[in-house]
Design a protein around this ligand. Structure first.
Ligand SMILES: [Zn+2]
Length: 441
């Protein structure tokens, strides 16, 4: 802990020299929207349902993001935030076997073999706020704050945490610094920015989906409360509803889209008789509703930045789509199975603001390029050892003239990454969630 404090203090000292460069963003924000799919986004934008996505794209570029199979969220998000491919950063899957009986434990932050982009920015004197991302528990010290993915895990303990005076921190290291946990819980309990009741028909969701929605909203409420309070220069947060709603409701979504907007049920078995109207009207719009939720969160971001100068990235790890009958997919740890719908290979990267060129990138970007883009936008060098690069056409020519892409040999300082994940009392419920999505047996 003492060592971490010294590092943070050194970073502050480094930040103190020199006046701020007005040609660099004051804020860089990365909004992670799991499974946000380019075709779903395009359909909703065409109907004017994602006005803040439009605002962002008027100020920058859109690109497809292509990850390598298997399309597992933890491995792709870790590439997004380290600049390295899974072989290098070490997070390949959802769980790892531990002990003689090979008990599977969810992957944890101690396994990651490379530094994260917020480690590098923090060391360079940039304050950071990190909320809700995969593989961030146990919390490692940062130059700012971090809410791990176990801040609100899918557990029964979660409900207890809402009652004042509850023993909130049952496992430890769920946030950094640990003292911000209370602020986060308060903001979540008060539903300061997002209310469950505002999500249409939330009361009709099955308990698991409702639970995950509430967890997402808790993170969003805490994210914006902490952002407003601490104003980090780099801020990143995460939404998962756009992944688990399609896993559960894709059939309803496609049926509703086809019926209302002339979409297509191609590849999906048509129901033998039309499903009850009330069911279609309740569950049909819900996948789109999670995108509208993402749009509202993006709106709060855009209200807090100056797009003339700042940089805002919206990124997904993969998309979501229908597959032709008979397609066998690698859907989880040692799991291959035939699925009519699942993660799609195309995700998105939308980047708007001062540093970025406007338009569409012809070539897809890779997950690890996101770290390279963030470092370049901050005026910092990339690691020459990184797999990620700055994509052609991403930055404005005048920005690159003032801040050419530079390299250091490496940002790595020491050997990182343990062999085994850290077990927690939440493991069984984490595994239950992964099972419900088909990711583990
Ligand atoms: Zn994902």
């Amino acid at each position: 802990m003492r060592e971490a404090l010294v590092l943070v203090l050194l970073a502050f000292a480094a930040a103190g020299c020199g006046a701020p460069d007005r040609s660099l963003p004051e804020r860089i924000i990365v909004f992670g929207v799991d499974a946000a799919d380019p075709e779903v986004v395009a359909a909703l934008r065409a109907r004017g349902e994602l006005p803040n996505f439009d605002r962002l794209l008027e100020a920058g570029f859109a690109a497809d993001l292509l990850a390598d199979e298997p399309l597992f969220s933890p491995r792709i998000w870790t590439s997004i935030f380290t600049g390295f491919r899974p072989e290098a950063h070490g997070i390949e899957s959802f769980t790892l076997p531990v002990g003689p009986e090979g008990k599977r434990v969810p992957v944890t932050s101690n396994l990651i073999r490379r530094r994260t982009v917020w480690d590098i920015l923090g060391e360079s004197g940039i304050t950071v706020g990190v909320v809700g991302h995969w593989v961030t528990w146990p919390a490692r010290p940062v130059n700012g704050f971090l809410l791990t993915n176990y801040t609100w895990p899918p557990t029964e303990e979660y409900e207890k945490e809402w009652s004042p005076g509850a023993d909130w921190d049952t496992i430890g290291m769920r946030t950094f610094p640990e003292g911000i946990a209370r602020e986060a819980v308060d903001a979540a309990r008060e539903e300061r920015f997002f209310k469950t009741a505002d999500f249409p028909n939330a009361d009709r969701l099955d308990p698991a989906l409702r639970h995950y929605l509430e967890k997402d909203l808790a993170y969003l409420n805490a994210a914006f409360a902490l952002f407003d309070e601490r104003k980090p220069r780099f801020f990143t947060f995460y939404l998962e509803a756009t992944d688990f709603f399609p896993h559960k409701l894709w059939m309803f979504h496609r049926y509703y889209e086809t019926e209302r907007f002339g979409g297509s049920m191609e590849g999906l078995p048509a129901p033998p008789a039309p499903p009850p109207r009330a069911v279609v009207d309740t569950f049909g719009p819900m996948v789109a509703e999670t995108y509208r939720l993402a749009d509202r969160a993006l709106g709060l971001v855009l209200d807090r930045v100056d797009l003339e100068r700042d940089a805002v990235l919206l990124v997904s790890d993969h998309g979501f789509r229908t597959y032709p009958p008979g397609t066998v997919l690698h859907v989880g740890d040692e799991r291959w199975t035939e699925m009519p719908f699942w993660h799609g290979e195309r995700g998105i990267l939308f980047a708007g603001g001062g540093p970025f060129r406007k338009g569409t990138l012809e070539a897809p970007v890779r997950p690890e390029d996101v770290t390279a883009i963030v470092l370049a936008a901050a005026g910092l060098p990339l690691g020459a050892d990184m797999d990620g690069t700055v994509p052609e056409g991403a930055f404005r020519a005048d920005f690159l003239r003032d801040h050419p892409v530079r390299f250091v040999e490496s940002w790595e300082k020491s050997v990182l990454g343990d062999e085994a994940p850290i077990e927690s009392p939440f493991d069984e419920r984490m595994l239950e969630k992964l099972r419900s999505l088909g990711y583990v047996h």
